[in-house]
Design a protein around this ligand. Structure first.
Ligand code: C5P
Length: 406
């Protein structure tokens, strides 16, 4: 659970999207967080306190003057107990008050009294969002160090279409988890490959492998949590794109090679997690290969694919390169040799090919000084450990902003 032992102050202000804050509250509790909900008077008109009380398991606070806190000063006590304050939805009114230091109700007062990081998830009509006053307020909040998640674009409750929707609760949860991770890759640009490749034989058949993409997606997510700008070049998978990550979809190894090369000059780190097919059919037939009576099974002629990782590592201005290896035998020997052959400073070996599709994994880390276990755990935990290892090996950091989560 990503939020075990964490305390989140969830402040809900008065917009239609308040109903999604109830779902967010449930997700936060499910991830192990202690959640204290604060409702503005307007929010309580959209969703009642009883709903949030049931979901968080704690009394909801709505009034500056009717305090359940022992010292009678909820605006101080509530923020001191929290690791992070999340304002979702954040109305234009709340953003305006927070940007200008106005404190005239419980939420605005606790934001001014807060000594904790604050994440705003704006939600409002698209014209309200686009208004120069709102944009000015958001820019000022960012300057003050606040995190802004979204808003998303799409259909709005008012019937209009545009930017101003609350970020979906699952994505908001990712931003909240990210806000609590150390920003060891702030200002860095990370390129990740993930998933299998698909090498077409004809319009309906092809060669592929059992990679699910889960490890590569976890690496992309962990890099983004650490403050990096992340591009994920993905073969065909059924996975959702990690929030805030730019995804480029490809099918074949050649397409993956081309997409990687198109982004490599803007990358400080390249992590090749994809299970790239070593071979492709020498020719792709334009029509479905037909079975004919009495005919021998057709032979499939193969041609080699480019080695993306080795090609990137050999570039004159190569980024910091990380490889993965799945070995079925002589793991240590083969993985160490692979690291040298590919010319990469860091290589991770999956302990056994049976990790395909699973949510957990065990990795052995190989670098110039030898090898040691990175550990065993969920793929996202291992990815976070890997990101820390990468960050520790990078040359001194450029000035990172680490600001927006949206
Ligand atoms: O040679 P092997 O496929 O075992 O190497 C695995 C590592 O090399 C992985 O990091 C994988 O993403 C990368 N690779 C690649 N292009 C290939 C083959 C593998 O980038 N054609």
């Amino acid at each position: 659970m990503d939020l075990n032992g964490r305390s989140i102050l969830l402040a809900v202000s008065g917009g239609v999207a308040a109903y999604k804050a109830a779902e967010l509250c449930r997700l936060l509790v499910k991830e192990g967080a202690s959640v204290q909900v604060v409702l503005t008077a307007a929010a309580a008109r959209f969703v009642g306190a009883a709903t949030f009380q049931a979901l968080s398991g704690r009394p909801v606070v709505t009034d500056l003057w009717e305090s359940p806190v022992a010292d009678g000063m909820p605006h101080i006590g509530l923020t001191r107990a929290a690791d992070l304050i999340v304002v979702a939805p954040a109305t234009a009114d709340v953003l305006g008050k927070a940007a200008n230091g106005i404190a005239d109700d419980l939420l605005s007062t606790l934001l001014l009294a807060s000594n904790k990081p604050v994440l705003f998830a704006p939600a409002m009509n698209r014209e309200m969002w686009a208004h120069p006053a709102t944009q000015r307020n958001v820019a000022r909040l960012r300057e003050d160090g606040a995190l802004i998640s979204g808003p998303a674009a799409g259909e709005q409750a008012c019937g209009e279409v545009g930017e101003g929707r609350l970020v979906e609760p699952e994505d908001l949860l990712q931003d909240i988890v990210a806000a609590l991770q150390p920003k060891v890759l702030a200002g860095r640009r990370v390129l990740v490959t993930a998933g299998p490749t698909f090498e077409p034989i004809d319009p309906v058949r092809g060669l592929t492998n059992r990679s699910s993409g889960k490890m590569g997606y976890a690496v992309a997510r962990a890099a983004r949590e650490a403050g990096a700008q992340v591009v994920l070049v993905s073969g065909p998978t059924a996975l959702a794109t990690p929030h805030g990550v730019q995804r480029v979809d490809v099918e074949t190894a050649q397409q993956m090679f081309d997409a990687v090369m198109a982004h490599i000059a803007q990358s400080d780190v390249f992590v090749a997690v994809a299970a790239v097919a070593d071979w492709r059919p020498a020719q792709t037939l334009p029509h479905k290969l037909k079975k004919q009576e009495g005919q021998h099974a057709p032979a499939l002629e193969l041609a080699p694919n480019p080695d993306i990782l080795a090609s990137v590592a050999a570039l004159p201005d190569a980024p910091f390169c990380v490889g993965f290896a799945a070995e079925s035998d002589k793991l240590i020997e083969h993985a160490a040799a692979k690291r040298a052959r590919k010319g990469v400073p860091l290589l991770l070996a999956n302990l056994g090919p049976q990790t395909f599709g699973r949510d957990d994994n065990a990795l052995e880390l190989f670098d110039s000084s030898g090898h040691r276990p990175l550990g065993r755990g969920s793929k996202i935990d291992l990815a976070r450990r890997l990101i820390a290892e990468i960050a520790a090996r990078l040359p001194a950091s450029p000035a990172g902003d680490g600001g927006s989560t949206g």
